[in-house]
Ligand binder design. Structure first.
Ligand code: XIL
Length: 637
């Protein structure tokens, strides 16, 4: 009996020790890898969260005043700038090139209304970059709100996730932070599917936009498989290259990536030199935010373009020299294209380049703020005569916007003919026009795209589709992906690629703006060809074989009950396209092109009616949209 009691005592001691160890161990090892998925601060520590750096005055206190779950949260006080806030280093715990879903619950304490941002900092030296993952406005009375978004981390030795608030002295609580792989399985794609670059090799280049995370693992394999030209999504913008201070150029991040692309035989397009957005203030503004004089801004532009375009000379095939110079919407073209430009000022529709060029313009001599556009093209031509120079813009399908862009191109190209700096009399200055092609499933009318192509090619410039994506929904109103919307989106991709093929004589490149839905800048609308885990969408099949897709050549695994494995369709070899009429024989612009016809009417010089009639007939014959298209779709798991 005594022996039995002793054994019982020993078991009790043993259990007590185990329980004690369980209680104290989290406190001894904060932020172990697994903790990233469940940071609830119930152990009474900040679990690895600190202020962002030594200049961040944030004070982090674990408190039981408030909690999203359990008893504890972190209270953040003492902030003195919008960028201050709780931050956690994750570089040792995350896998690069894989998508993570990040979620943080926040509760405002003061002021009553403020704007939170969940962001990530990559790098801690001259190459530092900051990405906002999600932002959200909230009020104290809303209580706990979730900030959540996805992110693919690059390979870097310094990566943080942090929470900031636009109000510099805002106080708030955070709780239940989770940083977990979105799919658990990472990213993989089906390399047995035909290469898009190969499918379109007789038509145009096929590209995508990249960030550093796309240079690892299966993401890079996908790039190598499908694309023969790449555009940096952000790294070649003026703010990325031009530095915060004048003269502090930074090519350290982009150069190795361009080297890798070169080694793979993948071309690079440069985006962008002169833009109202994502540009350092020193180019055209004083420290107090007022614009520089025309002469100062012009000298800065010339120096910037000489440095940047000179640096990449021979390594990029083309440049978006000027990006988005026109106002967001131009419904009807004014008689002078200049009046539709973004002007000086501080509205969303302004450009400090225009403002600065206007500041000191000799209006009697015909000078105006608009002159920065011509200068930008001339400086770039002189700095890199080998590159094809593009003007690039969005909402390019609006009748007025398409027209002012065409008019500007024609006028500046005419002016260049007699410019003494022009040593190539037969060559245009603005040699390319870029359709950004940021469309929406709810509002895209492919006839408008056709009209823009028809009008722009009459300028003599080559065209490129530079940033194609088609999110589900309409402007400011993203919709979640449903089977029906995925089909609508895929049909748009198919119709667009049929249109592009018909115009292959004047289209040099089609670039899709990103690789997968989760990392797209418009991820809320699932706009691209691949899902976040690399699974191809219907849109992929639509691009791979647009005619076959619209003709219903594909069986949709989701519409078969048999459970048989999907059969990967053999790619249809590209059919020879009818040669479009030479540009000279096209009629001059008609009123139809500046005033869009009502939807039932077809513009007269438009090739699209044939396509629409064929598509319409197929829909009728096969019995309506949902059932009409049966598409093989490989589903993982
Ligand atoms: C976008 C990038 O994709 C985002 O990552 C960034 O936050 C904002 O800019 N028109 C352009 C591109 O010319 O540079 C923009 O790219 C999308 C709109």
């Amino acid at each position: 009996m005594r022996k039995y009691i002793k054994i019982k005592q020993w078991i009790t001691y043993f259990l007590l020790i185990i329980m004690l160890a369980a209680v104290i161990s989290p406190a001894l090892s904060p932020a172990a890898a697994a903790d990233l998925e469940a940071m609830d601060f119930e152990d009474g520590t900040t679990m690895g969260f600190t202020a962002r750096n030594e200049n961040d005055t944030s004070v982090l206190t674990v408190t039981d005043e408030m909690a999203h779950s359990g008893t504890y949260s972190i209270l953040v006080t003492g902030r003195s700038a919008g960028w201050n806030g709780p931050s956690i280093n994750v570089e040792d715990d995350i896998e690069p090139g894989v998508q993570y879903t990040i979620s943080v619950w926040v509760h405002a304490k003061t002021p009553d209304r403020s704007n939170f941002r969940l962001s990530t900092q990559i790098g801690n030296d001259a190459n530092v970059t900051y990405h906002n993952i999600i932002q959200r406005q909230t009020t104290v009375s809303e209580g706990w709100v979730e900030l959540t978004g996805t992110y693919v981390f690059p390979d870097d030795d310094y990566i943080t996730i942090y929470i900031e608030n636009d109000a510099s002295s805002a106080e708030f609580y955070i709780d239940d932070v989770s940083i977990a792989q979105t799919t658990g399985g990472g990213f993989s794609f089906d390399s047995s599917l035909p290469s898009l670059a190969e499918v379109y090799k007789d038509y145009f280049l096929i590209g995508s936009a990249y960030s550093r995370a796309d240079f690892a693992g299966q993401r890079f394999e996908l790039v190598r498989h499908h694309f023969n030209v790449m555009t940096a999504g952000n790294y070649m913008k003026p703010d990325a290259l031009g530095g915060r201070e004048k003269g502090a150029y930074n090519f350290a991040r982009i150069d190795p990536l361009i080297d890798i692309l070169e080694d793979e035989g993948i071309l690079s397009h440069g985006h962008t030199l002169v833009w109202h957005s994502q540009s350092p203030d020193w180019l055209n503004k004083n420290a107090d935010g007022t614009v520089l004089t025309r002469a100062e801004a012009r000298a800065n532009m010339q120096e910037f373009i000489n440095t940047v375009a000179g640096h990449f000379a021979g390594r990029v095939i083309s440049w978006d020299v000027v990006n988005e110079a026109f106002q967001t919407s131009v419904h009807t073209a004014p008689s002078d294209w200049r009046s539709a430009l973004r002007k000086g000022g501080t509205s969303n529709d302004s450009s400090a380049w225009f403002g600065a060029y206007e500041n000191g313009a000799d209006t009697d001599a015909g000078e105006s703020g608009a002159d920065y556009i011509y200068d930008a093209f001339v400086f770039t031509r002189l700095a890199d005569p080998g590159a094809i120079l593009y003007y690039n813009d969005f909402n390019e399908t609006e009748a007025g916007k398409r027209e002012v862009i065409a008019k500007m191109t024609e006028e500046l190209n005419e002016k260049w003919k007699t410019d003494p700096r022009n040593t190539e009399p037969d060559r245009l200055l603005i040699e390319g026009l870029g359709l950004q092609a940021h469309y929406w499933t709810d509002s895209l009318d492919v006839r408008d795209v056709s009209d823009t192509i028809n009008r722009w090619k009459r300028t003599g410039a080559e065209l490129s589709i530079t940033e194609l994506d088609i999110p589900m929904g309409s402007w400011n109103n993203y919709k979640s992906m449903t089977d029906a919307l995925e089909m609508t989106q895929a049909r748009f991709y198919a119709e667009l690629f049929i249109l592009f093929k018909r115009n292959a004589d004047c289209i040099a490149r089609v670039t899709i703006w990103g690789i997968d839905d989760a990392t797209s800048w418009r991820s809320a609308g699932s706009p691209l060809l691949f899902e976040g885990d690399g699974t191809e969408k219907l849109a992929f099949y639509a691009v791979m074989d647009p005619e076959g897709f619209l003709a219903g050549d594909y069986n949709d695994i989701r519409n078969t009950e048999s459970g048989e494995p999907p059969v990967t369709p053999a790619p249809t070899p590209p059919a020879p396209e009818p040669t479009p009429a030479p540009q000279e024989t096209l009629p001059p612009p008609t009123q139809d092109e500046t005033t869009p016809p009502p939807p039932e009417e077809m513009p007269s010089d438009n090739a699209m009616p044939v396509i629409f009639i064929i598509v319409g007939a197929i829909v009728l014959v096969t019995g309506g949209a949902g059932a009409a298209y049966y598409v093989i779709k490989k589903r993982k798991g």
